[in-house]
Each structure stands twice: as structure tokens, then as C-alpha cells.
Design a binder for this molecule. Structure first.
Ligand code: ADP
Ligand code: ZN
Length: 523
């Protein structure tokens, strides 16, 4: 396959002048019959990498995608360009399916989108056997990875594509690129012989910022009003309840916002998504159910009010900002309560030990990113195995965090935890421990006569928010742990190194403004 032909298709069908970085090589390789694994960030332009080869090759390009809800839109968009596209998934009635199948067999399609579970149906396999397949594109290929954050069991069956149709080229694409996921995709989809195209994962126009969560609603309002007034954005929350609450809060404050989560009926969800795509300055407050495959170029900010469960998830969600290349913000507020909550979720989760260990590792990596003192971008790209130099466009580059010797503070806090356990056989959450350190005679303190402990009031040199920062950072460093439904604090195997063996603890200074504004909150 020659380049001029693919370039012509790019111009004529898609109306673009030139290829983006990486596209030409990938398209030529696949159009020429080679297998490929493509790791490219969200918005990098992965779709053309299989669409153009499907157009220039003999037969129909079969695209396997988990995004069933978007297939109709994708197909409509292609048809508007004059590309003959169709899809097969569980939302169709048998009549509609039969029509698409007939088009496929008659060679009247360029592209056929297929939900992965369709391949488990013998009739679909027989259909593909009877027709002529130009290539298999496996979109969102990280869904095959059990290590990743978005595993779909149906994807495991895709390993058989190669055995069943060895002569048909395959191209697998994903925006998730940790070494572990990359290796798992390669192995499960049998892409050892394929050409691996790895694009840079840097998104230079996105400014990454991670702030301590003090008054999240006020912080969010400031972000929207001061930096993104009238602009489109996505606000991610963990629970449906907080999605509803935050959307309502924004509307009450005169900001155009709608909720989106799996608990809303399909009609409302579709309407809110359509408004987001169509309108200029709408904010969608959503659970992570929102956003996959949504291509809105001018999303100016993505805000997280709860800690994402993994760096992969964080990267994908923030990647929805600024696809048009213009300056955009990725803002995350994170606090002690997030760590407590996520540990609880992991402890109570259904999976086996290995599954919990995996989730723990994901959380630890996310915490490390939050507490990093160096450039966020360097950290983030490092996580994906790519190197970078400090970017000058993230919070730590713009205002390098100061650090302080927190060894004594850590010792005071850890010994309070140890004393409660040894002398009273008790465990408490961060709120009570900090009250003891600050020497506060609350009713809960006198009730347990914690004012009689020798550690009572030994920590008055720090404020409550500063102590919360100490707890958070010790948790992130694995020097302290939370357990149980009440988020009680316990020491870890490493705590003794700080208490008895002279290990130094360097802590990041809490931003002053934030520390002053903070209202006391209980863990
Ligand atoms: P991804 O799947 O990697 O997230 P898409 O394939 O959805 O990215 O492409 C993102 C956006 O970039 C789309 O709006 C697409 O039309 C546009 N795009 C892709 N390739 C080019 C190109 N060569 N020139 C201009 N725009 C492009
Ligand atoms: Zn930076």
C-alpha cells in the first residue's frame, strides 16, 4: 500500500490536510497487511488508524468496541462522511441485525462495528466466515487486561481472532499504556509479532493540579468562576449521591450543570450527553460512567472531587480535557477522607486477595502522584514508562512545594496510635488522634479519659489541617494505615523505623492559604 493513496483518503473522505504524529506509519503498516498494537493518548487520533486501512483494503473493516451506547453515533458520523458503516449489538432487534448482516455479506459496508459479546455467538462467526474481512480493529484494547482498570470478560475471547482468521490483519488500540497493561494486551491478544507503535503520552496543553481538599464545593466554585466561567467541563465524583448534590449546588449558584450517572434513566442520560456535546458552556457532573468515547474537543477543564482509583483512570479522565490542543485544566482535590474511604472500599470489595492487592497497588500509585514534590507531568509520564523534563505547567512546577522535617511530628502521631493500642486496647480514626495531640477536651476525649494520656496536648505546634496533612502523607508513604469501617488508624511494619530506628520523614508543606481556610472535618 502506498502513502499517496492513504493521504488521498484522509483529504477526500475525512477532509483533513495532513496526518497527525504517528498516524501515517500505523496506517501504512496496517493497510499493507501487518498487525499492530497502538498506544496513543486520548484525542491522539486512533480512529483513523483503522478507518483508513479499512477503506483502502479489500473487504470490510470489523471494529470491536465495548462502547455500545456510542455505536449509533459513530456510525452516523461516518455515514455523514459517505463511509458505508453499520453496527451489530444487543440493542438492535433481529430485523435490524439481519439488515446489517445482509449489507455485510453483499459487500456494501466499509466498516462494521461489533460488540465483543457478538463473537461468542456462532452465527456471528459464521457470518464473518462468509463475508470478506479487511481487518480486525480491537478498540479500547486495555479491556482485555485484568490488571487494568476496565476489564471486560468478553474481551478474553478476542485471543481467538488470530487462530480463526490468521490471514486477517489485526490492529489493537488503547490510551492506557502502563508497562503491565501493555504486556498483558500483547500476551492475551497474541500480538508478540505485531508492530508496537507507542506515541508520547504527554498532553502539554493540560495543566495538572492537585490540591488539598478543604472546602471542596467552594474550591470547585472558585475554579469554575475564576478560571472557566461559561466553559464546558466535567466534574467527576465517586458516588451517584454526590453527583446529584454537586450538580444541584452548581445550579443553585447560577452555573449551568447537569448530572450524569448510571442510576439515571437512559432518556435523561442521553439528553444530558447530547446537551453537553451540543452546547458551549455546560458542565456535566458525573461518575466515571461518563466520558468514554465522547469526543468533545473544547472541554476546558476536568475536575475530580474524589480521588480516582488508579493513575490510569485519572489519566484517561483528565485526558478528556483539551482535545483541541488549547490550554485546559485538570484539577483534583484530595483529602484524608479519600484515603480512608478508598481503603474501606478495597477492604470490603468482593474479589480475592490478588484482586485486593491489585487495587491497593493502584491506590498507592495514585497517592504517590498526589503527594509528589516533583513535576506532576514527570511523575505521570514516568508511571507510563516515558521520561520527561519538568514541564513548567503544573502546580508543583509553578509553585514548588516546600518540605519540612516531619520526623518529630510523625513520631508524636505514631506513638499516640501505639499508646492507645498498648495502654487502652483501643483504635481510633484521625479525628480523635488529632484532638488528643492538640489537647482538645471534647466530650469524646473526656468520655474515654484520653486527656489522661501522656501524649495529650503534645502536638500544639501544628494546626488541625497540618496534622491532617501529616496523617495523609504518612498513609501515602505506608508509615501508617487505615482499617475497618470506621477508618481507624494503625501502625505498619515500617512505623517502627520512624519510632525507634531514626528514620527521617520529609513532608510536603501544606499550602498556607488552604490551611487557614480549612474547617475542621472528621475522618
Ligand atoms: P482517540 O480515539 O485517539 O481518542 P480520535 O480518533 O477520536 O482520538 O480523534 C480525536 C479528534 O482528532 C477527532 O475529532 C478527529 O476527527 C481528530 N483528528 C484525528 N486525526 C486528525 C488529523 N490527521 N487531522 C485533523 N484532525 C484529526
Ligand atoms: Zn510540571
Amino acid at each position: 500500500m502506498t502513502s499517496p493513496e492513504t493521504l488521498q483518503v484522509l483529504n477526500r473522505v475525512f477532509g483533513y490536510d495532513s496526518f497527525r504524529e504517528g498516524q501515517q506509519e500505523i496506517i501504512d503498516h496496517v493497510a499493507g497487511g501487518g498487525d499492530a498494537l497502538v498506544l496513543m493518548p486520548t484525542g491522539g487520533g486512533k480512529s483513523l488508524c483503522y478507518q483508513i486501512p479499512s477503506l483502502v483494503r479489500e473487504g470490510v473493516g470489523v471494529v470491536i468496541s465495548p462502547l455500545i451506547a456510542l455505536m449509533q453515533d459513530q456510525v452516523d458520523a461516518l455515514r455523514a462522511l459517505g463511509v458505508r458503516a453499520g453496527f451489530l449489538n444487543s440493542t438492535q432487534d433481529p430485523g435490524e441485525r439481519r439488515m446489517v448482516e445482509a449489507e455485510f455479506l453483499a459487500g456494501e459496508l466499509d466498516l462494521l462495528y461489533l460488540a465483543p459479546e457478538r463473537l461468542k455467538v456462532d452465527a456471528t462467526v459464521a457470518l464473518l466466515d462468509k463475508g470478506s474481512v479487511a481487518l480486525f480493529a480491537i478498540d479500547e484494547a486495555h479491556c482485555v487486561s485484568q490488571w487494568g482498570h476496565d476489564f471486560r470478560p468478553d474481551y478474553l475471547a478476542l485471543s481467538s481472532l488470530h487462530e480463526r482468521w490468521p490471514e486477517v490483519p489485526r490492529i489493537a488500540l488503547t490510551a492506557t499504556a502502563t508497562k503491565a497493561t501493555h504486556a498483558e494486551i500483547t500476551q492475551r491478544l497474541k500480538l508478540e509479532e505485531a508492530h508496537h507503535f507507542v506515541a508520547s503520552f504527554d498532553r502539554p496543553n493540560i495543566q495538572y493540579r492537585i490540591a488539598p481538599k478543604n472546602e471542596p464545593r467552594k474550591q470547585l466554585l472558585d475554579l469554575v468562576r475564576n478560571e472557566h466561567a461559561g466553559e464546558a467541563g466535567i466534574v467527576y465524583c465517586l458516588s451517584r449521591k454526590s453527583v446529584e448534590d454537586i450538580a444541584e449546588f452548581l445550579v443553585r449558584n447560577g452555573i449551568d450543570a447537569v448530572p450524569y450517572h448510571a442510576g439515571l434513566d437512559a432518556g435523561t442520560r442521553a439528553e444530558h450527553q447530547a446537551r453537553f456535546l451540543r452546547e458551549d458552556g455546560l458542565i456535566v457532573v458525573a461518575t466515571i460512567a461518563f466520558g468514554m468515547g465522547i469526543d468533545k474537543p473544547d472541554v476546558r477543564f476536568v475536575a475530580h472531587l474524589d480521588l480516582p482509583k488508579s493513575v490510569e483512570g485519572y489519566y484517561q479522565e483528565t485526558g478528556r480535557a483539551g482535545r483541541d490542543g488549547l490550554p485546559s485544566t485538570a484539577w483534583l482535590a484530595y483529602g484524608l477522607q479519600d484515603v480512608v474511604q478508598q481503603r474501606k472500599l478495597i477492604d470490603n470489595s468482593e474479589g480475592d486477595v490478588a484482586h485486593r492487592r491489585k487495587q491497593s497497588a493502584h491506590l498507592d500509585a495514585m497517592l504517590a502522584l498526589c503527594e509528589a514534590v516533583e513535576c506532576r507531568r514527570v511523575q505521570l509520564l514516568g508511571y507510563f514508562g516515558q521520561s520527561a523534563t519538568p514541564c513548567g505547567n503544573c502546580d508543583t512546577c509553578l509553585a514548588p512545594p516546600e518540605s519540612w522535617d516531619g520526623t518529630v511530628a510523625a513520631q508524636k502521631l505514631l506513638s499516640t496510635v501505639v499508646r492507645l493500642r498498648r495502654e487502652r486496647r483501643q483504635k481510633f480514626g484521625a479525628g480523635q488522634i488529632i484532638d488528643i495531640l492538640l489537647g482538645k477536651k471534647t466530650s469524646k476525649v473526656t468520655q474515654h479519659s484520653h486527656d489522661e494520656l501522656s501524649v495529650f496536648g503534645i502536638g500544639t505546634e501544628l494546626s488541625e489541617p497540618e496534622w491532617r496533612g501529616v496523617v495523609r502523607q504518612l498513609l501515602a508513604k505506608g508509615l501508617l494505615a487505615v482499617e475497618g469501617d470506621y477508618g481507624t488508624l494503625v501502625t505498619t511494619g515500617e512505623s517502627d523505623e520512624v519510632l525507634y530506628r531514626g528514620r527521617k520523614v520529609l513532608l510536603r508543606t501544606e499550602p498556607k492559604r488552604a490551611a487557614k481556610q480549612a474547617k475542621p472535618r472528621r475522618a
